[in-house]
Ligand binder design. Structure first.
Ligand code: NDP
Length: 429
């Protein structure tokens, strides 16, 4: 106990009081208990251990210890989220992640499809009055149960709903790509700044444990001086009518949708910002899927230290997601990388004169849950998110430079931005 805490305890009885017997003792003991209760609760909460159920180890030291789950906050104290747009990502990943998160809870749904919203509200135990639509969304200002609005709409709608959420006094977590233009990204940052609300872009890879292991290796110089990053993120698209293939809604084709993962990983793994961008793309309007957006794109980013990233992204080949980081002393790769689950890390180093390839296994944890809980902890502790609006804005600048380079057939130079990232995520996981 800290000495300054002692002042809140009732005074100890004198020896003569002690002779007064058991009643005095009980009064004293009860007073201590009552006086200490808030202190103990605060200490327990600070330690984050109040509700955790733990067991002594029952295996030898040679075995990995079995960890019991950290329960986080009691449900009523968790940060409340309104999720806007009930599509595949929301239904398949985000609502389940919110349900198992430790600092966050679902508190409202926003949808253009009332029947689907009612179905999901029922599944997740929400009352009907917690359902909003795109027209009455601004009523959310009056709902104290919602602290964060999570925007999971087609890309062209991110800016409008971020600005409306900030004006409604809510913090914003917005899916990638942040928006369809640099100008929109800046408007989103300005709106959140003006409303003094936090803005985080949902770059889940930056919260994913295996990707963070590779980042740690790079930062600890275990791969030596970083020289090259090689990465692809592609998938084969179907229905030509879907919004991802409509330029006005998607902003572009594979580049802002999946190529953005390669851009972002090259930047955060190297800790540098590109100063030169060279792009080329394949347009194929004969295929009904690619009348409005590119079929595939290839690009090189050059960084001030001499590090470079060579990447490719397409909507025309079977799902392929990998990255490889090469340094003077070793290499590290994720294959798959950027996957929702099942990412695999391998790295190769020279050890005792032999090339040794390692494949560490790390207990799986849901990267969507880690990312959402990071936002919640930032709100609770008034911290800047690790991936704020500035991080999304910088990727959008690079996307626009790649398109300009591909169209003009020339290298585009980029001025370095200021710092685009907030403090490192703590142990949200
Ligand atoms: P879906 O097409 O599956 O869902 C989008 C939802 O947006 C729809 O279900 C609909 O919800 C709503 N919507 C509102 N207006 C429109 C419109 N004009 N056309 C289509 N849908 C509309 O998309 P995803 O869930 O795959 O993607 C949503 C966002 O999440 C995108 O920005 C995408 O880039 C991002 N994303 C991020 C991923 C990640 O790993 N971080 C992975 C996948 C997507 P309702 O019916 O409720 O109105």
């Amino acid at each position: 106990m800290h000495p300054s805490d002692i002042s809140i305890l009732p005074q100890a009885p004198s020896p003569s009081d002690q002779r007064a017997g058991r009643r005095t003792f009980l009064k004293y003991a009860g007073g201590i208990a009552a006086g200490m209760a808030p202190l103990m609760a605060a200490q327990a909460q600070q330690a984050g251990a109040s509700a955790k159920v733990d067991f002594p180890p029952d295996h030898a030291d040679s075995e990995a210890p079995e960890k019991m789950p950290d329960p986080g906050l009691p449900p009523a104290e968790r940060i409340g989220y309104a999720v806007v747009g009930l599509g595949r990502l929301t239904v398949g990943r985000l609502l389940p992640a919110l349900a198992k998160s430790r600092y966050s809870r679902l508190s409202a749904l926003v949808s253009g499809d009332p029947a689907k919203a009612r179905k999901l509200a029922q599944q997740y135990g929400l009352a009907e009055q917690s359902i909003y639509n795109y027209d009455d969304f601004d009523r959310i200002a009056a709902n104290p149960d919602v602290q964060v609005v999570y925007i999971v709409l087609p890309n062209s709608m991110h800016a409008e709903f971020t600005i409306r959420a900030a004006r409604a006094g809510k913090h914003v977590l917005c899916e990638k790509p942040m928006a369809n233009s640099v100008a929109e990204c800046q408007q989103m940052i300005d709106a959140c700044r003006q409303a003094q609300r936090k803005l985080m872009i949902a770059y889940r890879s930056q919260y994913e444990p295996l990707t963070r292991s590779l980042l740690k290796m790079a930062r600890e110089n275990r791969l030596g001086e970083l020289k090259e990053f090689i990465s692809a993120n592609s998938q084969n698209m179907g229905d030509p009518a879907q919004w991802r293939l409509k330029k006005a809604l998607a902003g572009g084709g594979p580049l802002p949708d999946v190529g953005i993962y390669c851009i972002n990983a090259a930047r955060f793994l190297s800790g540098e910002e590109p100063t030169e961008v060279l792009g080329s793309m394949r347009n194929n309007p004969a295929d009904p899927r690619f009348r409005e957006v590119e079929e595939s794109v290839q690009f090189t980013l050059r960084f001030p230290s001499g590090f470079s990233a060579t990447c490719s992204s397409g909507y025309n080949s079977h799902k392929s997601q990998f990255l490889r980081l090469q340094g003077t002393l070793g290499w590290g790769e994720l294959d798959p990388a950027y996957a929702y689950e099942g990412n695999r890390l391998r790295y190769g180093l020279l050890q005792n004169g032999r090339e040794v390839i390692h494949e560490p296994s790390i207990a799986a944890s849901d990267q969507f849950m880690l990312e959402i809980d990071h936002m919640s902890q930032c709100v609770r502790q008034d911290r800047q998110p690790h991936t704020p609006g500035e991080e999304g804005l910088q990727d959008q600048r690079i996307i626009e430079a790649i398109y300009a380079s591909a169209q003009g057939g020339r290298v585009i130079r980029l001025a370095p931005p200021g710092n685009t990232r907030g403090p490192e995520p703590r142990q949200e996981g």
